[in-house]
Design a protein around this ligand. Structure first.
Ligand SMILES: [Zn+2]
Length: 186
C-alpha cells in the first residue's frame, strides 16, 4: 500500500479531546502496520506505556506484599477489606442510585413494566448466554480489582486519604462498563 499522506490521525488523541492530526514524524515506526507507522502517536504511546507501568508497578508490589503475608494475615485483610467495601457501599448508596437514575433515565417503572423488563432480561439472557457469562466474569474481575485496591489501602494509614479518589475512579469505570449487572433495587 502506498501511503502519501503527510499527516495522520490519532484516535486516542481525539478521545482525549486534543488535536488529533499530527505530522507523520509524530508517530513511531511499526512494520506490522499497513502504513508502517504506529496506530497511536508517539505521545499517546508514551502515555499508554507510563500508565501501564504505573498501574503494573502497584500490582506487582501488591502481589509481592500479599504473598509475604501469613494465611491468617491475609484472611484478616480480606475480611477488613470486605467490611470496608460494604460500609462504603452503604454510605454511598444514594450516589449510586443517582448515578443509576442518570444512566437509566428518570423513569420509575410500574410493577407491570418491571415484570416485563424481567421477562425481557430473562429472554435476553438465554439468547445471549455466552455474552452474559463473559459479562459476569468481567464483573467478578472488577470486584477482584476493587478488593485488591482495598487491601492495598489497608496497608498504610495515609493510603486512606487517596482511597476515596481511587475508589471513585474505579467505581465509575466499573459503572460505565457494566450494564445490567448492577442491581439497583437493593
Ligand atoms: Zn495521540
Amino acid at each position: 500500500m502506498i501511503e502519501q499522506a503527510t499527516i495522520k490521525y490519532c484516535k486516542r488523541c481525539a478521545d482525549m479531546g486534543r488535536e488529533a492530526t499530527h505530522p507523520l514524524t509524530a508517530f513511531n515506526k511499526n512494520k506490522s502496520m499497513p502504513d508502517g507507522l504506529g496506530f497511536y502517536c508517539r505521545q499517546c504511546e508514551h502515555e499508554r506505556t507510563s500508565l501501564y507501568r504505573v498501574r503494573n508497578a502497584d500490582a506487582i508490589r501488591q502481589r509481592t506484599r500479599v504473598a509475604a503475608l501469613s494465611p491468617e494475615q491475609r484472611a484478616y485483610r480480606q475480611t477488613k477489606a470486605l467490611e470496608m467495601y460494604h460500609r462504603h457501599k452503604e454510605e454511598h448508596r444514594d450516589e449510586a442510585r443517582e448515578r443509576s437514575r442518570r444512566y437509566y433515565g428518570e423513569r420509575r417503572d410500574t410493577p407491570e413494566q418491571k415484570l416485563k423488563n424481567k421477562l425481557h432480561n430473562e429472554r435476553y439472557y438465554t439468547q445471549h448466554k455466552a455474552k452474559a457469562h463473559a459479562a459476569h466474569r468481567d464483573y467478578q474481575h472488577r470486584k477482584q480489582i476493587l478488593t485488591t485496591l482495598l487491601v492495598w489501602t489497608l496497608q498504610s494509614p495515609n493510603r486512606l486519604q487517596v482511597f476515596p479518589t481511587l475508589y471513585a475512579t474505579f467505581s465509575q469505570a466499573v459503572y460505565v462498563r457494566s450494564t445490567k449487572s448492577e442491581d439497583t433495587s437493593a
